[in-house]
Design a protein around this ligand. Structure first.
Ligand code: GBH
Length: 459
């Protein structure tokens, strides 16, 4: 039995458009940067793509029924910008909006509140051709797109999330090139960060004028641990934390960029124009927190690196000698997921406490908008690791709420379905529901049944 959560707590599952929808050529959808990236030889494991993915575009009624059967009261999904504006600009494509309109109404019929993410990394290719997020104009295009979606759905969607994990989009997509659009600009990708933040800030008033729903941004957070207590390792941890946890949060909540001097970046950003920070600090109703695992770092050249832990560990290889102010250190003594990520439930509580202490009264209420793990697919074997993962993280979350007083209003499991896990193709499975991609047959896993029983206890 799990401890009780506050009355009215939001329980949901999360997905994103490109990872589940498929139907990439249907009803006027334009190409996105992920379609292009998947076509690059070697970009995706096993040469896979998301042309079909979970075929959610056609099978959404079954997926809504699965959620209703699970007993959640919320669902976080994202809208594919290229369905709404095939070229990234101009009037809305009505058929694109119709799809989400039907989805939102079907959710409402089952008492499931939609939490709509506007941007989960699938930029219209036409905008990339014009420079993508390196181009300041993309921020204005994003705000316009936000308005079009809210024109249609503003009356029925209570939760709006502007961006999903801009940190991952910047680092993996634009600094390292292992995600779309496949740019390897290293720290020259910083304008991408600013333009994403500007797009977020410009979208907020567009949403406010069209919906009374709450508006959030979702970031991924990882508590940063130091390998040892040495001054050098602590400096490395501070440097990594600035990038991982502050770059997309300090501007929004504090109106300034974190200190990036450890990266040789002096803070006189030529791409920041007068008034931008006023836009970026538009008040929010909540903060979306995605949590997967902590990161442990050491000073450069300490020799502890195991390779491939954090997102940026790869930068080191790319920079070769010029060096980052940190390197990865292994996290021992914890189980790891099928992806190799350490399972550290107390890291969620630690991160929530850090956010509370760091931003104080400036921290809006929190929604945990993603948490989950990949488990190896062995037919017939229950996904006990996922049950243990969710049980542990929900207990840690409860402690953060009940013992630390952090204002957390909801929790979304990543993910409802096994789906297209970006550069990993279909190998990593995060679903509560198994998907046989050959037949599109959906089968609830043991974790689905476990969560259904837990949620039933709350009613
Ligand atoms: C999210 O990103 C995405 O929003 C979602 O689309 C995706 O499917 C889901 O998570 C699962 O990946 O190697 O131990 O240091 C997650 C961002 C960045 C979290 C890398 C884990 C590395 C963990 N991830 N990070 S570790």
């Amino acid at each position: 039995m799990l401890p009780r959560f506050p009355e009215g707590f939001v329980w949901g599952t999360a997905t994103s458009s490109y990872q589940i929808e498929g139907a990439v050529h249907e009803d006027g959808r334009g190409p996105s940067i992920w379609d292009s990236f998947c076509a690059r030889p070697g970009a995706i494991r096993n040469g896979e793509n998301a042309d079909v993915a979970c075929d959610h575009y056609h099978r959404w009624p079954e997926d809504v029924a699965l959620m209703a059967g699970l007993g959640v009261n919320a669902y976080r999904f994202s809208v594919a910008w290229p369905r709404i504006q095939p070229d990234g600009r101009g009037p809305a494509n009505p058929k694109g909006l119709d799809f989400y309109d039907r989805l939102v109404d079907a959710l409402a019929e089952h008492g499931i509140a939609p939490a709509l993410t506007l941007y989960h990394w699938d930029l219209p290719q036409a905008l990339q051709d014009a420079g993508g997020w390196m181009n300041r104009d993309t921020a204005h295009r994003f705000a316009e797109y936000a308005g079009l979606v809210a024109d249609r759905l503003g009356d029925r969607v209570p939760t709006w999330i502007t961006l999903n994990e801009p940190f991952v989009h910047m680092t993996e997509g634009h600094a390292l090139g292992v995600h779309a659009p496949g740019e390897a600009l290293l720290l020259d990708a910083l304008p991408v960060a600013h333009h994403l933040l500007l797009g977020h800030g410009l979208a907020v008033p567009e949403l406010r004028g069209r919906t009374s729903g709450q508006v959030l941004i979702t970031n991924n957070y990882s508590p940063v641990w130091t390998a040892t207590d040495s001054a050098a390792d602590r400096a490395a941890a501070t440097a990594f934390d600035a990038l991982q946890n502050r770059l997309f949060t300090d501007p929004v909540l504090l109106g300034r960029y974190p200190d990036l001097s450890a990266y040789g970046v002096d803070g006189a950003f030529p791409f920041v124009e007068d008034g931008d920070m006023d836009v970026i600090t538009a008040p929010l109703d909540g903060l979306g927190v995605n949590y997967y695992s902590p990161t442990r770092v050491a000073a450069p050249n300490s020799g502890v690196r195991t390779g491939g832990a954090s997102v940026l560990s790869e930068v080191e290889g790319h920079l070769d000698g010029t060096g980052l102010p940190f390197e990865d250190a292994p996290i021992d003594g914890h189980p790891v997921t099928a992806f190799g990520w350490p399972v550290v439930p107390e890291g969620l509580r630690e991160m929530l406490l850090t956010l509370r202490d760091r931003y104080g009264a400036g921290l809006p209420p929190i929604l945990v908008t993603e948490n989950g793990c990949s488990v190896r697919d062995e037919p017939g074997r229950p996904d006990q690791e996922r049950i243990d993962f969710l049980d542990g993280h929900l207990r840690a979350l409860h402690q953060a709420i009940a013992e630390d007083g952090v204002d957390v209003r909801g929790y979304f499991v990543w993910s409802l379905l096994d789906n297209f896990e970006w550069a990993e193709g279909y190998e990593q499975r995060f679903g509560l529901v198994h998907v046989d991609f050959a037949t599109q047959r959906r089968t609830p896993k043991a974790s689905y049944h476990w969560l259904r029983e837990r949620l039933a206890e709350y009613r």
